[in-house]
Design a protein around this ligand. Structure first.
Ligand SMILES: C[S@@+](CC[C@H](N)C(=O)[O-])C[C@H]1O[C@@H](n2cnc3c(N)ncnc32)[C@H](O)[C@@H]1O
Length: 337
């Protein structure tokens, strides 16, 4: 089989569009099922244009099976034990894990290989978990779910359903690889962006929007889409990078902010509150407001890349290398009443 065909078959498997096996078929009357399938099809058609496409075949190297070892309610998400794989699979595993590098979100341990990621996503989850109440029985969306670290952590609270919306194909493949051994039934992944939430009117009880708003040129539109996708009394949980300030204002950086491209509006906390209130949200409260620290974002063996410290001014960590105010993180909870 040619490389391209293998790539296609991996994605055909993920995007089977087979209603009998589609978790959303059960919800077809509550969501705009035709629209979602149309968008899924568009993803499938465009896969050949993705930079990652020609390498998809490497994920075939280890056949999926449900591991007997799954730990999702602790800081490190653990899937699989070494003795569940044969020698050749263990070699393939190391190849696949290196191929996925850099591991930006985690930590995970996969078949006894610890994958320390650039971000200590467990620290973010620790702060969120203790502030949001139970997720048990809830329908949840995680916008920009990346490799799915938070999807696994959310699933530990026994929700009805968790859907990750993430348009980057590499993250979809990484998640699918992890899930092919974890097989946690409540978690699902759509290779679609936040824009696709319009097909889920009044559907979710909780929407997580972590690390998204400042990466988008129209944060108000995103918040409006999220608002509509929530049921009454549904909650949004935001983690937004922003800057210090008492006024309601936003900083609009040049092409890069702390080294990163694609950063648009960095709000002060009062501005973030106004964004939420203008999108219709009530009961807006902040439960975390701190400077981002290199305990949380740093290079690691599995993410040997430049990270926060490289992008703060040496000798003055209150400024970025571009001379802008250094980033803070605001975590905010708000309700659709
Ligand atoms: C800064 S990361 C945050 C990841 C994760 N939510 C977290 O808090 O660690 C932003 C994520 O949003 C994804 N993303 C990019 N465009 C998106 C879109 N239109 N809709 C949803 N997610 C998007 C990126 O691929 C990336 O995984």
């Amino acid at each position: 089989m040619k490389k391209e065909e293998l790539g296609t078959s991996f994605c055909n498997h993920l995007l089977s569009l087979d209603t009998l096996n589609d978790y959303l078929f059960y919800y077809r009357k509550a969501v705009n099922y035709d629209r979602i399938n149309f968008e899924r099809l568009a993803v499938k058609r465009n896969l050949g244009l993705q930079p990652f496409f020609n390498s998809l075949n490497i994920f075939h190297k280890i056949k999926p099976f449900k591991s007997n070892h799954i730990l999702i309610d602790s800081s490190v998400v653990e899937i699989g034990k070494k003795d569940e794989l044969n020698d050749s699979e263990l070699i393939d595993l190391q190849y696949i894990l290196r191929f996925i590098k850099p591991w930006k979100k985690g930590p995970f341990t996969l078949f006894d290989t610890p994958l320390d990621s650039e971000w200590r996503s467990d620290l973010k989850w620790q702060r969120i978990e203790k502030s949001i109440g139970s997720l048990s029985g809830k329908r949840i969306a995680d916008i920009g779910s990346n490799n799915g670290y938070f999807l696994f952590r959310m699933a530990a609270s026994c929700p009805e359903l968790v859907i990750g919306f993430e348009p980057v194909i590499k993250h979809w493949c990484t998640f699918s690889f992890l899930q092919s051994f974890a097989q946690v039934p409540s978690i699902h992944f759509e290779p679609l962006g936040v824009e696709s939430l319009v097909a889920f009117d009044n559907f979710f009880h909780t929407v997580f929007c972590l690390g998204i708003l400042y990466h988008h040129p129209d944060p108000h539109k995103i918040l409006t889409i999220i608002y509509k996708s929530l049921q009454k009394r549904g909650k949004v949980i935001i983690d937004c990078q922003g800057i210090e300030g008492e006024e309601s204002s936003c900083f609009f950086p040049g092409k890069r902010y702390a080294g990163a491209k694609g950063v648009w509006y960095l709000p002060t906390l009062p501005a973030l509150f106004h964004w939420l209130s203008r999108a219709g949200f009530k009961k807006i409260e902040c439960f975390y407001n701190e400077k981002l620290s290199s305990d949380e974002q740093r290079p690691s063996v599995w993410a040997p890349i430049k990270s926060l410290n490289d992008f703060l001014l040496s000798g003055n960590d209150s400024l970025t290398v571009e001379g802008y105010l250094a980033p803070r993180r605001f975590y905010v909870l708000a309700e659709k009443v």
